[in-house]
Design a protein around this ligand. Sequence first.
Ligand code: PD2
Ligand code: ZN
Length: 302
Amino acid sequence: MASRSDLHTDSTLTTERASAARQVITPELRRWIIEQAQAGYEAPVVLQSMRDAGWNEDVAADALEVTLQDHLNELAVQQGQPAAVPVPEPVLDESPALVDCGDHKVSVLLAIAQPRIVVFGNLLSPEECDALIADAEPRLARSLTVATKTGGEEINADRTSDGMFFQRGQTPLIQRIEERIARLLNWPIENGEGLQVLHYSPGAEYKPHYDYFDPAEPGTPSIVKRGGQRVGTLVMYLNTPEKGGGTTFPDVHVEVAPQRGNAVFFSYERPHPSTKTLHGGAPVIAGEKWIATKWLREREFK
Ligand code: PD2
Ligand code: ZN
């Protein structure tokens, strides 16, 4: 292992999280951490060296995470990928069984780091699911997707569902659900698109796609003028299909089973396939499938 002479602690350090860590990472420490990673030392080994040198464990862990993330981001940008931006993220420190969202406690069923995927239980009550379906059903039409070639909307053969959009805050129920989501994901309510409800009949599916807007498409600059890129997706299951209809992540061979009231969240810090957030709605084999999707933007979606 490299010399520890760059590893002295700074007396201004506190146990504050990543932003504080970023302030106290000296260029020497940053260089040392990157050298350790390049030499093949795993994070726990580097962390132990920092603790041995007198660093507080939380501060050292934050400094390590921030430095390696910044470094990976720099490498990605050098390779021509868009820069990473902040994304919505639930507070899952210490692996809580439940996340308190004010009016409601949501359970955490599964968390995957890369791609970032979190499956939640009991995000919506059965009554809320039924009410959303009842409000949406009379207004369903064949689903459109945003057409990145033109910036408009188009019927998409890969998406054989019916759907509709609510306005943000359109009804008291929607307002309540949006407030819950904002607390759950630590993301401003204003950065959310209106809730979309989709209905899949047997055989209907949504073929694998990315939810961000492809920067190479000519319509994307005009789409992202309103609110910036999409950086996260929350798919909420409003019923439990008899067979099929899972949400699939083909790059990582994950399939989330649709169960009424549960939801799958995933985020993407850059509009690039390296996020591994390719995902689809598998064909419904028996029964029907209802979902509500909340897409989250970088900035206020006016
Ligand atoms: O219905 C789904 O599981 C699904 C799959 C992929 C929904 C979406 N994407 C979406 O609404 O973006
Ligand atoms: Zn999608």
